[in-house]
Design a protein around this ligand. Structure first.
Ligand SMILES: *[C@@H]1O[C@H](CO)[C@@H](O)[C@H](O)[C@H]1NC(C)=O
Length: 176
């Protein structure tokens, strides 16, 4: 009799816990399907699923907040900047340094807007940040002989994140 009761309580607890997690967290399969629609599904899954905040994400708005990430390109810019002593290299590395300041500020403001559910504004701000990063990349072929951009991997990641952000913004019903 006593054992039955305990079993019953255990079952009830399990049932409530699983019902709670099912109704509150966004299913992993939704993330997988979302990422399938992006340019680099593996990158998208990696960015979203390895972020500890994903466990508490309830909807696509929460996922958008998680997708608005910045990388440490500034550290990289500082560490390679000594290698660029010629006028073109100096100018280009300075453009990237300044543009990453812009991108970081816009992504931060975008994140704050996404938290407030101002998704259209969040999307717009990340677009401005992404443009700054594209300009950094294109600068290496502008106003003189082309040089290999030392920031391509960083810039590509920002652009891929922006692609995820745009897709999420559209899925949230905002026309862009
Ligand atoms: C770009 O993103 C990938 C996947 O998350 C990561 O492994 C890599 O370190 C990132 N590269 C840079 C330079 O941030």
């Amino acid at each position: 009799m006593e054992t039955m009761k305990i079993k019953h309580i255990c079952f009830l607890t399990w049932f409530l816990l699983s019902a709670f997690s099912v109704t509150n967290a966004i299913p992993k399969s939704d993330i997988k399907n979302l990422c399938r629609e992006t340019a680099d599904a593996a990158f998208c899954r990696n960015k979203l699923n390895t972020d500890p905040r994903i466990e508490a994400a309830r909807d696509l708005g929460d996922v958008l907040v998680i997708a608005i990430q910045v990388n440490d390109a500034k550290t990289h810019i500082n560490s390679v900047s000594g290698e660029y002593s010629g006028p073109n290299g100096r100018r280009r590395i300075n453009v990237c340094n300044k543009n990453y300041d812009i991108a970081l500020a816009r992504f931060k403001a975008a994140w704050e807007n996404a938290l407030k559910k101002s998704f259209a504004e969040a999307n717009r701000l990340t677009g401005v940040g992404n443009n700054a990063v594209n300009d950094c990349e294109n600068g290496w072929g502008r106003g003189g002989q082309r040089q290999k951009s030392p920031l391509t991997l960083y810039n590509t990641n920002v652009t891929k994140l922006y692609g995820i952000i745009r897709l999420l913004t559209q899925k949230l019903g905002i026309r862009i």
